[in-house]
Ligand binder design. Structure first.
Ligand SMILES: Cc1cc2nc3c(=O)[nH]c(=O)nc-3n(C[C@H](O)[C@H](O)[C@H](O)COP(=O)(O)OP(=O)(O)OC[C@H]3O[C@@H](n4cnc5c(N)ncnc54)[C@H](O)[C@@H]3O)c2cc1C
Length: 422
């Protein structure tokens, strides 16, 4: 009755035929991929890796039981949206056999291929995807540390900080000045500070019209600048003032005790201060040895594999993605390319050159949206703009066009959050 040895070998060959993972055949166990960070980049990557090859043993490591999304959090700051609409759970990922471990990764051992977790456990991997987003550079602006952020919120990681800034705006008297400090490039969401300034101005216009928002900037140009400044002239004259680097806009220190912000030329005592400090890749990237001296992570633009450590891929805000901005749209796009590349590499294949797309919407008012889009592909070891592709919303456009773009922005957010968490 029993199989002969020859039959058994033929059967084994048949089972292993097709796109079997090399290590599956060798070690009789599925390839192990650990994804650190369950935000737009990490959660997307885990889902798409599972779709690319359901045999991969996938673990997603994320300390928070619920993800709070930054896109549209400026609308929460302005009182136009409930923070509950920003929150998403990981149930859909768990239901797809992705093991979600609720813990922070505290260390990485690249030669031993292990992720160390808070609490002492470790996870082995064949390939690791790091998607930790950003950390804030405390003290890059003298006086701005974690304690100062409780008085002068950054609200650049959504959640309690978003609500704190909202409460401060609600509590301030009409006639107060809201000061925003905006960093030099690169940072998370290039148009985000200007969307925030716009929506705060909208709140002041409709609730505290004798007040003003003063934007102190560490640079001279910014994303969608003409579209923003045209709209500010139309919608918020006298309510929103932008001070560029060359006009002395760079904030050089803050004093949370007196709510004062200093530039080289002036001191501003404000009713509300929103400091968006300089940033870098989430700390675990540095601990893994994948961040360079800039604080961000150089990657191979085809596979998103680190240029500094083999078998570790970095996606989302933490990565140096050339011309691509640090956005949720970009993080999601990079995650899909990375997932396909990791699955291909585990099969022993070579990932193909990708083409990536990004669109960043911003709201200037609830019914006034603008956007910038770009297309990117690897060239000379970097992701570069495809010339002639992409662009911004038209500079002169009727209100209906702006209203439609505000709807597209909402539709984009619904679509992406459904794809990642739904
Ligand atoms: C105000 C604001 C508005 C924005 N608006 C837009 C917009 O309209 N459109 C757009 O495309 N983008 C927008 N963005 C940018 C967008 O939020 C980010 O680009 C995006 O979140 C990046 O995704 P990510 O996965 O790299 O990081 P995140 O989404 O921040 O996810 C990182 C995750 O990693 C986890 N993590 C960190 N360290 C560890 C660790 N050691 N162990 C385990 N887990 C860890 C974190 O808890 C977090 O869940 C906005 C940002 C801000 C601040």
């Amino acid at each position: 009755m029993g199989h002969t040895r020859r039959q058994f070998l033929a059967l084994a060959a048949a089972v292993c035929a097709g796109p079997a993972l090399p290590r599956l055949a060798a070690a009789q166990s599925p390839a192990r991929v650990v994804v650190v960070g369950g935000g737009f980049a990490g959660a997307t990557c885990a889902r798409f890796l599972h779709r690319a090859d359901a045999r991969i043993a996938l673990t997603l490591v994320e300390p928070n039981p619920t993800f709070t999304a930054c896109p549209f959090s400026n609308a929460v700051v302005a009182g136009l949206r409930d923070i509950r609409d920003q929150r998403f759970g990981y149930q859909a990922l768990s239901a797809e056999s992705i093991k979600v471990v609720q813990a922070a990764a505290t260390g990485i051992d690249p030669p031993g291929r292990q992720v160390h977790l808070a609490g002492g456990a470790s996870l082995p991997y064949d390939r690791l995807v790091l998607a930790p987003g950003i950390d804030l550079r405390w003290e890059a602006i003298p006086g701005y540390d974690e304690a100062a952020a409780e008085k002068m919120p950054h609200a650049w990681k959504a959640g309690e900080q978003t609500l704190l800034l909202r409460r401060q705006l609600e509590a301030m008297a009409d006639g107060g000045v809201v000061v925003m400090a905006v960093p030099a490039n690169p940072y998370r969401c290039p148009p985000g500070p200007y969307e925030r300034a716009s929506l705060i101005a909208h709140y002041l216009k409709t609730h505290k019209p004798r007040s003003k928002v003063l934007v102190l900037d560490a640079k001279d140009t910014f994303s969608k600048q003409r579209l923003f400044t045209d709209a500010w002239g139309q919608l918020y004259p006298g309510l929103l003032e932008w001070v560029s680097l060359s006009q002395g806009g760079k904030v050089i220190s803050v004093d949370p005790g007196t709510n004062t912000v200093s530039t080289d030329f002036e001191q501003h005592k404000a009713a509300v201060v929103n400091v968006i400090p300089p940033q870098r890749a989430g700390r675990i990237a540095e601990l893994a040895g994948v961040a360079d001296r800039t604080g961000w992570c150089p990657i191979n633009p085809v596979s998103f594999e680190s240029q500094l450590q083999p078998n570790i891929h970095v996606i989302g805000d933490a990565a140096i993605a050339g011309a691509m901005p640090k956005s949720a749209f970009a993080a999601n796009a990079q995650a899909k390319i990375c997932a396909a590349a990791v699955a291909t590499l585990l099969r022993g294949g070579t990932p193909a050159d990708p083409v990536l797309v990004n669109t960043c919407y911003s709201l200037v008012a609830p019914d006034y949206g603008i956007s910038v889009a770009g297309v990117y592909r690897p060239k000379g070891g970097q992701l570069t703009d495809v010339e002639g592709a992409g662009g911004t919303s038209p500079p002169q456009a009727p209100p209906q066009t702006r209203a439609l773009e505000a709807q597209y922005a909402e539709a984009w957010f619904r679509t992406i959050t459904n794809e990642v968490f739904g």
